[in-house]
Design a protein around this ligand. Sequence first.
Ligand SMILES: N[C@@H](CCC(=O)N[C@@H](CS)C(=O)NCC(=O)O)C(=O)O
Length: 203
Amino acid sequence: MTDRTLYYTHNINPRVAVAVARHLKSPVELVRYEPMGADREAFLPLNPNSLAPLLVEDGKPLWEADAIALRLARLDGGDFWPDEHAVEMMMWVSWSAHHFTNAGAALVWHNVTARSFMGDPEPGVVEDAANDFNRFAAILDLTLAGRDWLVGNKLSYADFRVASSLPYAERGKIPLGAYANIRAWHDRLNQIDAWSDPFEGIA
Ligand SMILES: N[C@@H](CCC(=O)N[C@@H](CS)C(=O)NCC(=O)O)C(=O)O
């Protein structure tokens, strides 16, 4: 039997990977670790990025949340990453990384993470990040005016991926107020236990 472990922390990208694993009931052991702290040296050969998530299968490492999600979806064999919509899936995954989640994560970084060790962020920096977020949020909101889910009229990894920063919206001061369709879509996602509380019962 394959020995399969998903290493995670509670931040944006590993949260998505854990949510996928729990949603798909993947045959993985979930282990919390500190890739930039106590576990850094030991894990360097497996992940030279010193980041989470990390999937290790019989000693073979796979990093990047999206690659891990694809691997878990293939293992599952279902349609969480539907082959017939592979190109559209890639569009949303890429758009999330480069635009929407990038902008949301910047707000979380300035308003939560960096604030904890650098103090209050420069207002101009936060304003730029918010403008960036608003630019892409308007596009997502318009898209979601006409559909419940992003790809193929069904929940897929595209929804998990594009929503990755939203569980941190309150703490990160991500401005969702003007985007009723995004909020309704995220409410739908939050009906899924694996999304609303991926760390339930684990460290
Ligand atoms: N592109 C990578 C980004 C990974 C990444 O930036 N991970 C961050 C969390 S979002 C990390 O490991 N930070 C250190 C930590 O969480 O302890 C992916 O999608 O997996």
